[in-house]
Structure formats: C-alpha cells, structure tokens
Design a protein around this ligand. Structure first.
Ligand code: UDX
Length: 453
C-alpha cells in the first residue's frame, strides 16, 4: 500500500453544503493515506476548523456578504461570482503557501473551474473533483454541444429519450427552471469546466458498477485518469482514521440530534424522512399542502425545513404535524438514514442524499427540483430501481398523501425496501474492492517525485 507522508495537498471546496461535504470527506480519506491537508476556502459559508483539527485552514477573500443565504435563486450566481472575482485573492493565498512549503497537488471542484488556470500559472499539479454523478456530466457535455450549435434554450421537455443518453428523457436533462439565464450560465460554466486540463486526473464521487457506461465514455473524453472513488462517506468510514472521523461533521449548519431520540421511539421502517437538501425548498403554499398530505397519510415522518423557510409555516399547520411527525431545521442526515426506524426518504435527489440513501438501504420518493437532481432521480427510479418516481406529482395534499402511502405501506414500497437493502450490500462490496484510492495516491506521489528529480 502506498503512503504519502511528507506530501501536502491543497483542497479548495466551494461554499455550498453539497460540494463542501464531499471535498472534506475526500480530504479526510487522503489524510488517512499520510497526506497533510490545507483547506483553502472562502470566508462566506466557511467550514468549521474545530471539526478537523488535523487540517490547516486558510481563507481567501470572496467578496460575498456574510448575511447571504444560499437558495435555488442565487447559487448559480454565487459560483459564477467566484469564478469571475476570486482569481487574484486565491492566487495571493497560494503564493504565500508555496513560499513556505512544497505543494504536491491542488484538488478543486469543477464549480470553481477558475482554480485550474491559477494553479497552472503557479506550476502546481491539479486534480479536478466532480461532486455529482458521472451521467450528469455526460449530459452536460451533450448540452454544451447543443449550445455550440445554437439549440439552447431547449424547448423540448418531453418523455422522449435523448439519443445517446438513454434512459434519460428530455425532461431528465439537468436544466435549471430558474429562467433562461440560469441554464445558460450553468451550461457555459460546465462548458468552461470541460475545457480545464487537470494535470493528474479527475475524481468522481460515484460507484463504478452503477455508472460504468458513463464512466467509460468520460474516460474517452478526458485525457487524464478518471477515478471513481465513491461513496465518499463510506470510504471515509472504512479509512484508517475511522474512529476520529466519526466525529468529523462536515455540516455548515448545526444538526439537531433530538430527532434521533425521537426515532429511537419509533417502529422499524415506520418513518418517512423528508428533506430537500441545502438549496431547494417548497414555497409557502406548498409547505402547507405537504404538511397536510403527510399528516393525512397517517404515517410517521421526520421533516427537515431549513430555518429560512420554517417561519412561513402557520402555527396551526405545525401543530397538526406534531401528531405523527417531527420537524427539525437541520438533521444529522446520515445518522437518520442509518436508523432502523426510517423506511423511506422523500428526497430532491441531490447526489449526496442519493448516495447516502442507497448506502443505508433506504428507498426514495424521487422528486427532483433542478439540475443534476433530475438525472439522479431518473437513475434511481428507472435504472437502479430503488425509488419511486414522483417528478410529475403536484404538491397537493391528496397527491402527497397517496405518494406517501405508496412508499410506506404499499406492496410496491415493501419490494422497494427489499431492493434497497440488496443495493446497500452490493455497494458495501464495491467499496471494499475499490482500488481507485491507491491510483490517486500513486498519481500524486509519482508526479511530486518526478518534479523533485
Ligand atoms: C447541491 C445540489 O442541489 C445537488 O443536486 C448536487 O448534487 C450537490 O449540490 P444539495 O441540494 O444540498 O446539494 O443536496 P445534496 O447533494 O443531497 O447534499 C446535501 C447534504 O446535506 C447531504 O450530505 C446531507 O446529508 C446533508 N444534510 C441535508 C444534512 O446533513 N442535514 C439535513 O437536514 C439535510
């Protein structure tokens, strides 16, 4: 086994929960292989250094107001802002660091693709980290070709299959229904991020057997090694620093552990966990419909409503939900999904939530909101068959009630739970047999010794 003591890595996570978490998990895994880790991060939404006492944390100026709340309306603009405005502040920080110590590699997220050219200018080797699934990137590649040929914005959101991307239908493409400019910016960004040339490779937080065909196609597109090393939270749990890492929260918000005490009192597989992740949200009138739909289903539920939206729920609605459910503003999600009381996950299908749900054998009610979530939802429901497609469900109390019952008490839901447990076992085996981590360590160490020679 290769160990990498005396090598320092710089990891640069974007200030978004769904990207911060996998980057810190990757850093923890690489730390367990002997690397020293410096996390270079924005001041906005910065990670908590006390959760990672073995890492060094260095902020750079980002120009974003601290009071900003990330939402589906602004997160694309946040990433676009960072790519445009952070070249100089990041360069200054990196120059300071390399004066003091040799850096073996910079690992950056594709959302902040500007980092590639900054690192190149400073002669630093780079690895590009993709935090969504491989199939999502293939579909972006397809979208960027359409854009080049003048076919965007797409008018066709039909059930027709997209040739070359089957089984994705036009309606599953990672479009942002946030106005034309959002999709344009995103496709432009992804096109730009396809043009970056990481010197040492590309890492995907995915599982080879789930996405082998997409990964093969991506391996032809990239000229460097493509490593699939997911699911990172599981690799982290099996890494040598396991005991320490179990306490390493990557959360940007405080998790409410009281829901675990509540789950302890519930029957096995009796609770539906409901969360739309850190960006998507329901509007006020939808929240009320969801609340009544959940309550009328007579099923137990644990529902995450983030602090910025919880204020909009009338007190009478909250009290109706208390009979069967529990609301928290942020949950320790992996502990929740691992709990024996949880029998289903009504999810927006963010990639981290999708991986977490599959690793803990919890089937999903798939209701994607935007972007890659549509791709993930299609894979979960149609290819891996561990979730029910709810993308056409309207947020009306009767429809919600029906879908919740379908997930929690129907024969179909029961079968789905059995399939989800089989999937969990397969994933465990694939993590045990995955050698990609050694490939990554080898690439970094070899590049570093070649440059010293
Ligand atoms: C975003 C995108 O929306 C997602 O589609 C993309 O794949 C990554 O970036 P987000 O919407 O937050 O992420 O969803 P997701 O990828 O599921 O990440 C959310 C993370 O927050 C998960 O790791 C989940 O465990 C965590 N979480 C969520 C909590 O810890 N507590 C909660 O209450 C809710």
């Amino acid at each position: 086994m290769i160990m990498a003591s005396n090598h320092r890595l710089i990891v640069i996570p974007p200030p978004l929960q769904g990207h911060m978490t996998p980057m810190l998990q990757l850093a923890t895994i690489l730390y367990s292989k002997g690397f020293s880790i410096t996390v270079v991060h924005t001041k906005f939404n910065s990670p908590d250094p006390t959760n990672h006492p073995d890492f060094t944390f260095v902020p750079f100026h980002d120009g974003l107001p601290n009071s900003y709340t990330v939402s589906s309306k602004n997160f694309i603009h946040i990433s676009s802002h960072l790519n445009t405005n952070c070249v100089t502040p990041l360069k200054e920080v990196l120059v300071r660091i390399i004066k003091e110590e040799k850096i073996s590699c910079v690992i950056y997220d594709g959302l902040m693709h500007f980092i590639d050219s900054v690192a190149r200018e400073l002669n630093l080797p780079t690895i590009l980290f993709r935090t969504t699934c491989a199939t999502n990137y293939l579909s972006y590649h397809w979208l960027s070709m359409l854009q080049r040929n003048g076919y965007l914005p797409l008018q066709d959101f039909s059930m027709e299959m997209v040739e070359g991307l089957e089984p994705l239908r036009f309606k599953d493409l990672p479009i942002f229904n946030l106005g034309e400019s959002a999709t344009d910016i995103m496709v432009k960004q992804v096109t730009e991020s396809f043009s970056v040339k990481p010197s040492l490779g590309v890492i995907f937080n995915t599982i080879e057997f789930l996405e082998s065909s997409s990964l093969q196609k991506l391996r032809k597109l990239y000229k460097v090694g493509v490593f699939s090393i997911g699911p990172l939270h599981m690799c982290m749990a099996s890494s040598e620093t396991q005991e320490k890492n179990n306490n390493c929260s990557t959360s940007l918000m405080k998790e409410d552990y009281s829901c675990i005490t509540w789950l302890n009192e519930q029957e096995p597989c009796s609770v539906l966990y409901v969360s739309l992740g850190s960006i998507a949200s329901w509007e006020e009138k939808e929240l009320i419909e969801v609340a009544y739909g959940l309550t009328n289903s007579e099923q137990r539920f644990l529902w995450v409503i983030r602090p910025e939206t919880i204020e909009s729920i009338p007190e009478e609605v909250k009290s109706a939900t208390r009979k069967k459910g529990r609301i928290v503003t942020w949950a320790p999600q992996r502990e929740v999904l691992a709990h024996r009381a949880v029998g289903g996950f009504w999810s927006h299908c963010g990639w981290n939530s999708t991986l977490e749900s599959m690793c803990f054998g919890v089937p999903m009610m798939c209701q994607p909101c935007f972007g890659d979530q549509r791709v993930n939802a299609r894979l979960v429901s149609n290819v891996w068959k561990v979730g029910i497609e709810c993308s056409e469900m309207r947020i009306k109390r009767d429809e919600v009630e029906g879908a919740v019952r379908r997930m929690m008490v129907s024969e179909e839901g029961k079968l789905m739970r059995e399939k989800a447990v089989l999937m969990k076992d397969k994933i465990k085996i694939s993590v045990r047999d995955n050698d990609a981590l050694n490939g990554i360590v080898h690439a970094i160490v070899m590049s570093s010794s070649n440059s010293s020679a």
